[in-house]
Design a protein. Structure first.
Length: 106
């Protein structure tokens, strides 16, 4: 008889996050968890094969990574801007930076 594991699949949007808890057979992969979660139907912009990266507990993971019990699969949205380029531009403009990346409160 096959054992089952419980995992979470998470997709975070700017003002909310969608968390789905699943029971999958042992040996299930990150891709299988994402497909079983129903998030691909709810959010058609998710494309795990091209522009959405995946992770397990904030560590990058490939779609064929085998999951363990209680893993948290995370679907990352693509970056809007390159953080390095934003910092470089801000430094060139001579603006002071504060923690969090917003404008400094002078």
């Amino acid at each position: 008889m096959s054992e089952f594991i419980e995992v979470e699949v998470v997709y975070a949007l700017p003002h909310q996050q969608d968390v789905v808890t699943l029971s999958l057979p042992e040996g299930a992969t990150v891709r299988e968890a994402v497909e079983s979660s129903g998030l691909l139907l709810k959010y058609p912009e998710i494309d795990v094969d091209s522009h959405n990266k995946l992770g397990v507990y904030a560590k990058p993971a490939k779609p064929d990574t085998v999951l363990r019990a209680h893993d948290r699969v995370e679907i990352y949205r693509p970056l809007i801007a390159d953080p390095k380029a934003v910092r470089k531009k801000r430094a060139e403009e001579g603006k002071a930076m504060k923690k969090g990346g917003g404008p400094s409160g002078s």
